[in-house]
Design a protein around this ligand. Structure first.
Ligand SMILES: [Zn+2]
Ligand SMILES: [Zn+2]
Length: 159
């Protein structure tokens, strides 16, 4: 059985390792997704990218960030933000859909509640990866992002 601690009330705060960049998300997440694609492995330096997807309107940050634009095979461009001082990967936006922010879950001050509600690109997953038995599991890319939101709402029903 998967243990899912309740999601605390917003704001959700976080920042980089050295503390020069701080952010605050004043919204309920839309999804908690683990991506196991090779790009995410490289970009995180980890076996997968655990990300909190949320509306970007109540998302604010302080401190200078460094931008890296990653072009996906699909032509989509991601604006990936890091701390220029310590290099922590913090969040990214999809340039064609800036209404969403994708926050690297490990940069939250309190990541204890972050349990994936979906896993994508599972065919590339490292053998060490733990897949929750109640999460949505997608072999490659999801057909549409709404599937990730549905999986989250199923596991954390909106009040
Ligand atoms: Zn830093
Ligand atoms: Zn990925």
């Amino acid at each position: 059985m998967t243990t899912r601690p309740p999601i605390p009330e917003p704001p959700h705060q976080g920042g980089c390792l050295c503390g020069k960049v701080r952010y605050s998300l004043n919204a309920r997440p839309l999804a908690v997704n683990a991506c196991h694609c090779t790009d995410c492995q490289k970009l995180t330096g980890a076996t997968n990218f655990l990300v909190v997807i949320a509306p970007s309107e109540p998302f604010t940050s302080t401190g200078e960030t460094q931008s890296y634009i990653k072009k996906a095979d699909s032509g989509r461009e991601l604006d990936i933000r890091r701390c220029p001082n310590c290099g922590s990967r913090l969040w990214h936006h999809n340039l064609s859909n800036p209404a969403l922010v994708f926050i690297a879950a490990g940069t939250l001050d309190d990541p204890s509640w972050v349990v994936p509600t979906s896993h994508i690109w599972v065919k590339r997953a490292a053998p060490s990866v733990l897949i929750q038995d109640d999460a949505l599991v997608v072999d490659g890319p999801p057909a549409e992002r709404a599937l990730l939101f549905e999986a989250f709402d199923r596991l954390y029903p909106p009040r």
